[in-house]
Design a protein around this ligand. Structure first.
Ligand code: DAT
Ligand code: MG
Length: 141
């Protein structure tokens, strides 16, 4: 399998719950390297643009409101099959459906506040990484 990069976000609920380190440990234990990271408070425009594919969904305004409600930690993860690997360790979108031991099962409380984001395909990873990072801010190792 090829080395890939994927875009990950630790969402405002998990930052507020003070579990950044615990979630980073999950990435590292899964063989994913944090090769770029920044903490930021997303504007409505930045959050809405990030989730543009969901613009017509009934939960869109709630999603943008939540994603702008406090700081997030955005990172690029790199590793073998990183995109699928990250989705695996995140667990299902709804924490009620997430497999035991996944990040969402352990750190999220509801579908609308589900602790982490992870790119779902190579195309979305490329778009999402460049949405937050320039190539000079990414440190492969
Ligand atoms: P994922 O984050 O697992 O890729 P998604 O792309 O379908 O899930 O949705 C993006 C985010 O939107 C998701 O992390 C939380 C929110 N969301 C999805 N479905 C929802 C719902 N039924 N009610 C409230 N928020 C929802
Ligand atoms: Mg998604």
């Amino acid at each position: 399998m090829a080395v890939e990069r994927t875009l990950s976000i630790i969402k405002p609920d998990a930052v507020a719950d003070n579990v950044i380190g615990k979630i980073y440990t999950r990435f590292e234990d899964a063989g994913l390297k944090v090769v770029a990271a920044k903490m930021m408070l997303l504007s409505e425009e930045k959050a809405g643009g990030f989730y543009a594919e969901h613009k017509e969904r009934p939960f869109f305004s709630e999603l943008v409101e939540f994603m702008t409600s406090g700081p997030v930690l955005v990172q690029v993860l790199e590793g073998e099959g990183a995109i699928a690997q990250n989705r695996d360790i995140m667990g299902a979108t709804n924490p009620a459906d997430a497999a035991p031991g996944t990040i969402r099962a352990d750190f999220a409380k509801e579908v609308s506040r589900n602790a982490v984001h992870g790119s779902d395909s190579a195309a979305s990873a490329a778009r999402e990484i460049s949405y937050f990072f320039s190539e000079s801010e990414i440190f492969s190792r």
